[in-house]
Design a protein around this ligand. Structure first.
Ligand code: SF4
Length: 346
């Protein structure tokens, strides 16, 4: 028996990438999955720590999808390399800070590199023409193929019939007749195909796969870059942008205030890196102060923190402030609701 051809499939954890990989498996192709961790992935973060999302399964959807498909999954950390993609996107940003076209080109390029290093034959993605305004358009699909270096070794099984035949099709490694012509934002064909394969459970179709498409998150990241004076970030920075309320009462500091117990516990892990405030006379959130603060700033920060405690209507709230391992206690009057301007919220 001939050795089966080998494809590496980008697996996001969503339905499309699952279906693309499944289509290849149906044709007897040996498939292994690849997933890239940029730090901005929605996977397994806020919904793992917030009570309001408690009902959602706490799982990594890419791993889960690979397990459903019965394939190996390679999760690759690209946090550092991704910084250039995000901060200098050749094709610009989408509606928020999502550099989708550059991002797709980068990920397909990484998959292509992995393919050549590991003796695989081609790359598969779950892209569908017309599904996403920036990266999944008929005119941008060739851009991704070209800029990633994958060229015609990049196969999109779900829209392949609407695209020129790729090498895997021309060489007969895969049967083009058994590929698809999905087009546009209508999800019904994918759902029908999923049903035909007995796939009944999958991550939310067409959901954003990363925080960069989120307007609130993008605002917080823009604020971070503005304050730093450059588009720099570390993993901790971008993780903290996913958690808590962010308020900037003064240009030189911001507060990250836990919205619930899960977030307070998460922020607790950072208390040694930041000035940390916590109401102790009343139940209330943990707040991290990011920036510099003199005594009057600390008073203000304590009053803001008190505002989000159960003592918000009390005349005084005692707030514990820990800075560089030194703890003090401040008795402060909580700010009234109208003393917190909307402009403070990032
Ligand atoms: S949504 Fe995020 S991960 Fe997906 S292509 Fe766009 S930038 Fe990349």
């Amino acid at each position: 028996m001939a050795t089966p051809r080998k494809a590496v499939a980008l697996i996001s954890g969503g339905l499309d990438s699952m279906l693309a990989a499944r289509t290849m498996l149906e044709q007897g192709i040996h498939v292994e999955g690849i997933n890239f961790f940029t730090g901005f992935c929605v996977e397994g973060h806020t919904h793992a720590i917030r009570a309001k999302d408690r009902a959602r399964p706490k799982r990594n959807n890419a791993l889960w999808a690979a397990e459903q498909l019965g394939i190996r999954l390679h999760i690759i950390d690209v946090i550092d390399e991704y910084k250039d993609v995000l901060t200098k996107p050749k094709h610009g940003y989408g509606a928020n800070l999502n550099p989708c076209l550059d991002c797709k080109g980068f990920m397909v390029g990484k998959a292509y590199q992995w393919m050549t290093e590991n003796g695989f034959d081609f790359v598969v993605t779950g892209e569908v023409i017309g599904q996403r305004p920036m990266s999944q358009r008929k005119d941008t699909m060739p851009v991704i193929a070209r800029e990633s270096g994958a060229g015609d070794l990049l196969l999109r099984p779900l829209s392949a019939k609407l695209l020129p035949p790729t090498r895997p099709e021309r060489e007969g490694w895969v049967d083009r007749d058994k590929l698809f012509d999905f087009n546009g934002r209508n999800r019904k064909p994918q759902m029908a195909l999923a049903a035909a394969h007995g796939i009944t459970e999958y991550a939310q179709p067409a959901g954003g796969c990363c925080f960069l498409t989120d307007a609130t998150y993008a605002r917080k990241l823009t604020d971070l870059w503005q304050v730093r004076g450059s588009k720099e970030y570390e993993l901790d920075d971008i993780m903290l942008l996913k958690v808590g309320r962010h308020l900037r009462p003064r240009p030189h500091f911001k507060l990250i205030i836990g919205r619930e117990e899960g977030e307070n516990n998460f922020l607790e892990g950072y208390r040694r890196q930041f000035t940390c405030l916590r109401p102790i006379s009343h139940h209330g959130p943990l707040a991290l102060l990011d920036g510099t603060a003199d005594e009057s700033d600390l008073q203000l920060a304590a009053r803001v923190t008190a505002r989000f405690s159960q003592g918000r209507n009390a005349p005084l709230v005692q707030v514990e402030v820990t800075r560089q391992s030194v703890t003090t206690r401040l008795d402060v009057q909580p700010l009234a609701e109208d003393e917190i301007p909307h402009a403070w919220y990032i």
